[in-house]
Design a protein around this ligand. Sequence first.
Ligand code: HEM
Length: 233
Amino acid sequence: MDDLALFSTTGLLFILRWFHFFFGVIWIGLLYYFNFVQGAFFAETDANTKSNATQKLVPRALWWFRWGAMFTFLTGWFTIFIEMNQTPGILMSSWGVLILIGAMLGTLMWANVWFVIWPNQKIVIQNALQMATGGQAIPGAADRGARATVASRTNVLFSIPLLFFMGAAKHLPIIMSPDAKPHMPLGIILIILLVLEANALKGKTGPMTTIKGVIHCGFALALVFYAIVEAVL
Ligand code: HEM
């Protein structure tokens, strides 16, 4: 047994990564379903079908969505802490900078799921349930839905650079100059992310309104972040 790769320290760390990919697929798969499929269907279908789906389909999808987000987040950060313990100083290496950019994006996305999308969607679902049973509409339910949409579109935007940096950490190492200051690109990218996050909390979908728009913006953002990393490191 002890000559099996899976039972070595590397093997156990790999199992953690395997779970990370598994939960990541659940989360991001549902994020893309909501944004690329469900939104357009809801805009087109009749009120009754929409109400039924909001009551019976959306809550199920949101359960997998938010727990997928939670376990992707936990397995991701756990991997980072183990790597930090095994290799002190790793966060200031090319791997560290790239994975931290991915982790900043993923952490904001996780916060959007748990603190913006889910609380607002709960009201939207409650509103559909009440109206279907002849009750009163909840005031402001439509605005709650609109806020969840901006946060959800922002998560699609962030997911594209997230996948780039998560994969790049191991597979596209950056050649760092000897006097490189790894916290510089992290700081610049964090400021850009906070501006975009402020828009998720208070602003509008803007160019992210269409699916084509949000995908284009996501690829552009990934390239901008990559250019910052290469220019500063
Ligand atoms: C809070 C969010 C996240 C954190 C802290 C995080 C952290 C990590 C870490 C530490 C690794 C290991 C990198 C390596 O093996 O060198 C990793 C890899 C990976 N992550 Fe994440 N991650 C997060 C979100 C996500 C999400 C949302 C996805 C979407 C599917 C994802 C997909 C992946 C993939 C595919 C890899 C494998 C990269 C490779 O080995 O080529 N991660 N992540």
